[in-house]
Design a protein around this ligand. Structure first.
Ligand SMILES: Nc1ncnc2c1ncn2[C@@H]1O[C@H](COP(=O)(O)OP(=O)(O)O)[C@@H](O)[C@H]1O
Ligand SMILES: [Mg+2]
Length: 247
């Protein structure tokens, strides 16, 4: 068994709202191995995005710890955490967040400009990332000339540019029809199987989650169970087990 690459320990997150407190995560301990595709499922409001944001160092836990590749994010300064995130993590959201006036290559390369890379280097790397996600024939297209599925591939290419150890995806197929959603899950699967990435992806769709090696189910901020099957998952099995777990 390979070493864990993401470890959360007793992770709690509370939000103060008006006079009250919302407990978004409640003692979540999760370990993800290198080369795993883990799906996080749960109803709206169950804490999925909060968990992903904490793993991604985009927010601080109220208590508990997050370690990625043995680096404890909670112990880093803001600046060190930002650098770590940029170098070691790739993040993909439901909305593609592409700039409309830029081509696919420019959108993918843009974060590297922030890091001050030379032009030749970042264009070549952006093109390579786009080829990896089967977008080599759309390098100069702007977002408006791309389908939703293609735009999400561009966003995934952008997330891969710095050769991240872990890719975090928050409902990456939430804005896509089922055919495009299926192809994005196929791509995430391939990144794990062929490119040695580790992927943690939030979804509420059994048809997407079935592509994972393991599904972690959240309810009211707590892990209530895991769905896995040695021979692989299928959507109806996921639906049944999920319904049992969330009651
Ligand atoms: N910035 C915030 N301020 C206050 N409450 C929040 C904030 N972000 C999330 N929450 C609350 O935390 C809970 C979990 O939210 P979230 O992680 O977004 O759930 P999910 O992604 O599963 O829909 C919800 O009750 C939500 O309203
Ligand atoms: Mg969410």
């Amino acid at each position: 068994m390979t070493a864990p690459i993401v470890v959360t320990t007793d992770l709690c997150k509370e939000y103060r709202m008006g006079g009250g407190v919302v407990r978004a995560l409640d003692r979540v301990s999760l370990s993800v191995r290198r080369g795993e595709l883990v799906a996080i499922m749960g109803a709206s409001g169950s804490g999925k995005s909060t968990l992903l944001h904490l793993i991604g160092g985009l927010d601080f836990p109220t208590s508990g710890t997050v370690a990625v590749e043995g680096e404890e994010l909670t112990g880093l300064s803001d600046r060190a955490r930002t650098i770590f995130r940029r170098r070691r993590l790739g993040v993909v959201f439901q909305s593609f967040n592409l700039l409309p006036t830029l081509s696919a290559v420019e959108n993918v390369a843009l974060p590297m400009l922030v890091d001050g890379a030379g032009r030749d280097d970042f264009v070549a790397r952006a093109e390579a990332a786009l080829r990896l996600v089967d977008m080599g024939h759309r390098l100069r297209h702007r977002p408006e000339a791309l389908s939703g599925g293609e735009q999400q591939r561009v966003a995934i290419a952008r997330a891969l540019l710095n050769d991240p150890a872990v890719v975090l995806a928050d409902e990456p197929t939430g804005n896509l029809d089922s055919d495009h959603a299926e192809s994005i899950w196929g791509l995430l699967r391939r990144l794990v199987d062929d490119e040695q990435r580790t992927v943690v992806a939030v979804t509420h769709e059994p048809s997407g989650a079935r592509h994972a090696d393991r599904i972690v189910v959240l309810r009211d901020g707590r892990i209530v169970g895991t769905i896995a099957e040695p021979g692989g998952l299928d959507a109806s099995l996921v639906s049944t087990r999920y319904a049992e777990l969330v009651g």
